[in-house]
Design a protein around this ligand. Structure first.
Ligand code: IPE
Ligand code: IPE
Ligand code: MG
Length: 247
């Protein structure tokens, strides 16, 4: 075990880590390569990060892979990303099974090309009984779209007298989000130096700790995740209280 990793306190690991995997394009540009190669290299970081998170004992890892806004990218890049998704899903199924990882997806996944949608559902179906660790892919995901969808569903239930307005509380909202079966985000990491959320998990990150790193996603390795976790463990999460109340 490396020095840094041995400093991690197992009892204080975040339960749910979410990552905005950013910087594939800039990574490629820096090497004089096409953006697609940045995405391919980024897929390797995904594999390594999933493996590390599992080994360290993190229960929930959520990866922002494609946003609702990313549909505005050039068609060729979208095609590349979708093909990469299909090939990664095919390639990783064995590893998911071997390590008892359950794959789930959040987002408007019906919008994915048919082939990607089918492949994704196949892996979700095949891994649904796995219990060690939950890997969530945010695909065609946007927090605003998610909230609009939830509000429409709740409004319909009110209209049909299934629930009354007085009964609506935070748990009602939670239950109508894509993330209904996931806990709140504890640690939100964004790579590539951008200091923004880009429409990711707005509701679920209400009390998340944020960690920004300049490392570009294709360069993101085990030590960077450990670094983020160590930083997280130095924080005091007060949830509105004062320090003295926390002991
Ligand atoms: C993240 O890398 C991958 C996706 C958003 C799909 P980018 O493709 O955004 O890379 P940059 O930000 O242009 O460097
Ligand atoms: C956010 O990255 C989306 C994903 C990582 C999938 P973007 O690169 O799309 O974000 P912006 O547009 O720079 O904010
Ligand atoms: Mg980007």
């Amino acid at each position: 075990m490396e020095q840094n990793e041995s400093q991690l306190i197992k009892e204080f690991l975040p339960n749910h880590v979410a990552i905005i995997m950013d910087g594939n394009g800039r990574w490629a540009k820096k090497q004089g390569l096409a953006r697609v190669l940045g995405h391919e290299k980024g897929a390797q970081s995904v594999t390594e990060t999933v493996e590390t998170a599992g080994k360290l004992g993190i229960q929930y890892l959520t990866l922002y892979a494609f946003s609702t806004e990313n549909w505005s990218r050039p068609k060729q890049e979208i095609d590349t990303l979708m093909n990469l998704l299909i090939s990664s899903l095919k390639k990783e199924l064995k590893t998911l099974q071997k390590n008892s990882i359950k794959l789930v997806a959040i987002g408007c996944i019906e919008q994915l090309p048919k082939k990607a949608f089918r492949q994704l559902n196949e892996v979700i179906e095949k891994t649904k009984g796995n219990e060690k660790f939950t890997l969530t892919l945010a695909l065609s995901y946007g927090a605003r779209e998610e909230l609009v969808r939830a509000m429409k569903a709740i409004a319909l239930k009110v209209k049909n007298n299934i629930i009354s307005i007085e009964d609506i509380d935070q748990s009602t909202i939670n239950k109508h989000l894509y993330t209904l079966n996931l806990p709140d985000v504890d640690l939100l990491i964004r790579t590539s130096g951008e200091l923004r959320i880009s429409n990711f998990m707005l509701w679920q990150s209400a009390y998340a700790e944020f960690y920004f790193t300049d490392v570009l996603w294709p360069d993101f390795r085990k030590e960077h995740l450990v670094e983020a976790l160590l930083d997280y463990q130095k924080r005091e999460r007060r949830f509105g209280k004062i320090s003295e109340q926390l002991i």
